[in-house]
Ligand binder design. Structure first.
Ligand SMILES: [Zn+2]
Ligand SMILES: [Zn+2]
Length: 268
């Protein structure tokens, strides 16, 4: 029997704050850094839920979307929408994305027989999302840099380079607005609920990659790319090596979008 996974999206808006009344203001700042505030702020959250199962021979479906929607409305929208996570939906817990992913995954009970929860993805901000997959959490942060380059192999003639790389071998180069997704994984800290200090992650990616690649010529300005053809495969591998072992959590993968229509992934 053939199996398939269905993904369904729901959205909710909720407020939260990173502040504990059990801690002093100084301790809150030490714990939550730049996010510490005794007042709520809010997000429009988007939740993607993936469920898998055998494709039913008579209906052609894994599960009727109506049934999934009823569960998502009950377990996600009704619980979180237009609520304060600290005061209503997640009382006593740090309302971070990591905890929210576990709460949503744990609350999706009552799936029809034979249907299994595969993944939950929650987008908190355009450049920040997390995923729960079979109990493993990942967080993904997005960065951008603009850079020029030229695809040309030193071993080939101009004609051969043109045959291989087409207009990307233009003698004076060309450029892209690169989008870099960095995905980290690991265990959450029981006291904070955090898997990764996101501001520390931002600082390291900014220092190691963005500040060194942004508004640069990748072929000429970036030492680790010297002598390499700056295909996005090679750039992605170089970025992965730069970040590996330097981040506050385990690097799981990076994904480099060269344009809106092509992307390259390097996984641990
Ligand atoms: Zn927030
Ligand atoms: Zn290019």
């Amino acid at each position: 029997m053939a199996r398939a996974t269905l993904f369904r999206k729901v959205t909710f808006s909720a407020g939260h704050r990173y502040w504990s009344e059990l801690l002093t203001p100084e301790e809150n700042i030490a714990q939550f850094g730049q996010w510490a505030s005794r007042y709520n702020h809010g997000h429009n959250y988007a939740v993607w839920v993936g469920v898998s199962g055998d494709v039913d021979k008579s209906t052609g479906m894994v599960v009727n979307i109506k049934d999934i929607d009823a569960i998502l409305q009950q377990c996600v929208v009704k619980r979180f929408d237009q609520k304060s996570l600290n005061d209503e939906a997640m009382v006593g817990k740090v309302p971070c994305l990591e905890t929210l992913l576990c709460e949503v995954a744990g609350s999706l009970t009552g799936l029809p027989d034979g249907v299994q929860l595969e993944s939950v993805k929650i987008i908190e901000l355009p450049g920040f999302y997390g995923e729960w997959s079979q109990g493993v959490l990942t967080l993904t942060r997005t960065y951008e840099f603009a850079a020029a380059h030229r695809l040309a192999s030193p071993d080939l003639s101009d004609e051969e380079n043109f045959a291989l790389y087409g207009k990307c071998t233009n003698a004076n180069g060309h450029g892209h607005n690169y989008v870099l997704e960095v995905t980290v994984t690991g265990d959450t800290d029981p006291s904070t609920g955090f898997l990764c200090d996101i501001s520390a992650l931002d600082q390291i990616v900014e220092r190691e990659v963005v500040s060194r690649y942004d508004h640069k010529n990748l072929d000429k300005d970036v030492p680790e790319l010297q002598g390499k053809t700056t295909t996005s495969e090679n750039v992605a591998i170089a970025i992965f090596s730069l970040l590996k072992d330097r981040l506050p959590a385990e690097l799981k993968r990076i994904k480099l979008f060269e344009t809106a229509r092509n992307a390259f992934e390097v996984e641990a």
